[in-house]
Design a protein around this ligand. Structure first.
Ligand code: ADP
Length: 398
């Protein structure tokens, strides 16, 4: 069955048409600058090159219409009619405590997602607009919603509660939710397959290191802890997000710089992380690697702090699970930046881990990068959130 996977942002819409049995991508693309001057669609057939076309895209409904038109185009399309789309799988960022798994869409589900909007005010409303636009244009096609938070809903109370008055949890559901769940889910399952071991008998740490970065502990097939919190600001040092910090810093800087809390949060989200730590040198690890190799002190400072935070979290999650069988690296940095993996893995000797340097130099595939004699296996596993969304959608239909 062909499943259309939609990832809708406030002004963009990413899509992939996936043949769910084989996992083959028939076509994928992006509608960008929705509702803004200069909107366009880019599309690639299978493994082909991307073609970019300017188009008037006033809203998300226009975007979905354009996606359907592009997929069914007689010359450059990949299907002959809408009938060849069996289902649509939507990424939704926040499912709160209501959604512990993906689900098919109905009015009740839409309402429940809306109730989670205040937990992800930038993302959830945009995700919902995408779902509703698709429902309007494809009324007979089943739709699913797959949540970034759902995989982490198995965390025990001691992992998801903050040390603040319990009434804030009771009243406002202030707790750790975690994000990137679809990726942690996908990567931890691939890891078990590569190890030819049962998923529910393993202790796995997944390091999803992209612009946004998070790490999770998966014990006996269940997520037991993850580094992102109520919002994606907590945890690791990221591209531009600070990750963990003493909350008292907020008031201190607000007073010194005469700023409001929301101005300060903007700095913690957009001007911090390796970008801020490198004194605004770059948030991109391609630049940071270059700087690191040229002995640039700003790049070295940022890279070392980034790696140190990952090393510290790995140690914490080994403790949380009372052991570990495998550690996986994924996402932009995890998959591509071998020098970062080396810094991290070289600090895991206490776990009996040794790096296989030649394997660590490879990319673009599932790779075992620990040496044969390592007690704990270390893998690079390219993530595939779209395929995971398609698979979960297919499972719901069966
Ligand atoms: P997100 O989805 O959170 O935006 P990605 O998973 O796409 O993030 O990761 C983006 C980051 O990955 C970039 O900022 C860059 O630092 C890093 N990255 C991507 N490709 C490469 C590469 N070929 N070499 C080194 N770093 C890379």
């Amino acid at each position: 069955m062909n499943i259309l996977v939609i990832n809708c942002g406030s002004s963009s819409l990413k899509f992939q048409l996936i043949e769910s049995d084989s996992g083959r991508v028939l076509g994928k693309g992006l509608c960008d600058r929705i509702g803004i001057d200069g909107s366009f669609i880019s599309f690639a057939k299978g493994e082909g090159d991307k073609i970019k076309k300017e188009a008037s895209i006033n809203d998300h409904s226009d975007a979905i219409k354009l996606v359907i038109k592009t997929l069914t185009d007689p010359v450059n399309g990949v299907i002959s009619s809408l009938d060849e789309i069996g289902a649509v799988g939507h990424r939704v960022v926040h499912g709160g405590e209501k959604f512990k798994a993906a689900t098919l869409v109905n009015d009740e589900v839409l309402k429940a997602i809306e109730e989670c909007n205040e937990l992800a005010p930038l993302h959830n409303p945009a995700n919902l607009i995408g779902v509703k636009a698709c429902m309007e244009l494809m009324p007979n096609v089943p739709m699913s919603v797959v949540f970034d938070t759902a995989f982490h809903q198995t965390m025990p109370e001691e992992a998801y509660l903050y040390g603040i008055p319990y009434e804030y949890y009771r009243r406002y559901k202030i707790r750790r939710y975690g994000f990137h769940g679809t990726s942690h889910d996908y990567v931890s399952h691939v890891c078990a397959e590569l190890m030819t071991r049962k998923y529910d008998e393993l202790k796995i740490i997944v390091c999803h290191l992209g612009n946004g970065a998070s790490i999770s502990a998966v014990k006996n097939g269940k997520c037991v802890d993850t580094s992102m919190g109520l919002t994606p600001l907590e945890g690791l040092i990221m591209g531009t997000r600070s990750g963990d910090l003493d909350p008292a810093i907020l008031e201190f800087i607000c007073n010194k710089e005469n700023m409001t809390v929301s101005q300060m949060l903007n700095i913690l989200n957009k001007k911090s992380g390796v970008f801020g730590l490198s004194d605004n040198f770059s948030s991109d690890f391609r630049d940071l690697e270059d700087g690191y190799n040229k002995n640039d002190e700003n790049a070295i400072r940022a890279v070392n702090a980034f790696c140190y935070r990952v090393i510290k979290y790995i140690g914490a999650y080994v403790a949380a699970m009372n052991g570990v069988d495998a550690i996986c690296f994924t996402a932009g940095i995890g998959e591509n930046t071998s020098f970062v993996r080396k810094i991290i893995v070289d600090n895991l000797g206490y776990l009996g881990i040794r790096l296989n340097e030649s394997a660590n130099a490879l990319r673009g595939q599932n790779i075992l990068i620990s040496s044969e004699d390592s007690d704990v296996k270390v893998y690079v596993i390219p993530t595939n959130e779209e395929l995971e969304i398609a698979r979960q959608t297919l499972k719901l239909l069966k």
